[in-house]
Design a protein around this ligand. Structure first.
Ligand code: ZN
Length: 294
């Protein structure tokens, strides 16, 4: 198996297959597709169960893919007690099966840091499995149809979350992949930026935020001590450091104790692109790797 399988291309194959077999049907039934696809392999996925079914209670693991050599079979176990999207977790584990099973026999996936000496390799595989899940569950053409002509709002993203059975963060990250708006998702904890992701348009215009930066004083995210949410909140120019008008959508996630903020800048000079920033983009991608499953 090639080490360099593209997660996007692999996931697209199965997304197209799903679309052909079940036109217009969402969410993608990952269990069904994983068993069907792997069933054509000698080392198929034999079963998909929850940790509860196996007698494990409170466990700090979102999902697991492991190999049983004597049977030449793979098994997926996922955490049905977790508040995170089960469908995304299943798609992530199926991603490991499709992309990485020649490299490891056990994948134990959680949100936190990966304590292992081969951390770079593991981080890369985790990121690829997340990308695979994103592309399997949310095709860009269908996503575009869902949001066409509508104002960006929490309600809109929530409808997409329900359609694809995935998380708010996953939905917003997918939207950022193709939107032409100058938009940035900022995830913060206790007033400091944990990670952020700019749309390509925003990034090319030099609009991005680094992890560890303190939130601007004038931002709603900074002031949200009472944990209220806000939508389309028009802020003064430069409230978020850049000299453009900006709208802020922000809410506090009690489940993750994080503030999620979507910024939409307007009136941006589109010619202000700096090639030297590409490296920073990669760096930002690296930082967010495990958090996009929230
Ligand atoms: Zn994983």
């Amino acid at each position: 198996m090639s080490k360099n399988k593209s997660p996007q291309a692999e996931a697209n194959k199965y997304a197209v297959l799903w679309k052909t077999m079940f036109p217009g049907q969402f969410p993608v039934d990952v269990k069904k597709i994983a068993l069907e696809i792997s069933g054509k392999q000698n080392d198929s996925i034999e079963g998909i169960k929850t940790f509860s079914e196996l007698g494990y209670g409170d466990i700090d693991c979102e999902g697991m893919l492991y190999y049983v050599q004597k049977d030449n079979r793979w098994f997926i176990v996922y955490n049905d007690q977790s508040k995170r999207s089960h469908n995304f977790t299943l798609a992530h584990e199926f991603g490991h099966y499709c992309l990485h099973r020649a490299r490891h026999q056990k994948f134990q996936c959680s949100i936190g840091d990966i304590g292992d000496k081969n951390i770079q390799d593991l981080k890369e595989m985790e990121r690829e499995a997340d990308t695979f899940a994103s592309y399997l569950l949310m095709t860009i053409d269908d996503f575009k149809q869902q949001i066409e002509g509508q104002q960006i709002s929490f309600d809109l993203f929530e409808r997409c979350m329900n359609r694809y059975e995935t998380s708010f963060t996953s939905v917003v990250l997918k939207w950022l992949e193709f939107t032409h708006l100058h938009a940035v998702l900022v995830v913060s904890v206790d007033g400091f930026i944990l990670w952020s992701r700019s749309s390509r348009t925003a990034f090319k215009s030099g609009i991005y935020f680094k992890s560890g930066e303190e939130l601007p004083e004038g931002s709603f995210a900074k002031q949200k001590i009472d944990h209220k949410s806000v939508e389309n909140h028009n802020l003064p120019v430069a409230a978020w450091n850049y000299s453009y008008p900006v709208k802020e959508l922000s809410f506090y996630s009690e489940a993750y104790e994080q503030t999620l903020t979507l910024l939409i800048f307007s009136g941006v000079d589109v010619d202000k692109y700096d090639d030297s920033q590409e490296e920073i983009e990669e760096d930002c991608v690296d930082r967010f790797e495990r958090f996009n499953r929230n």
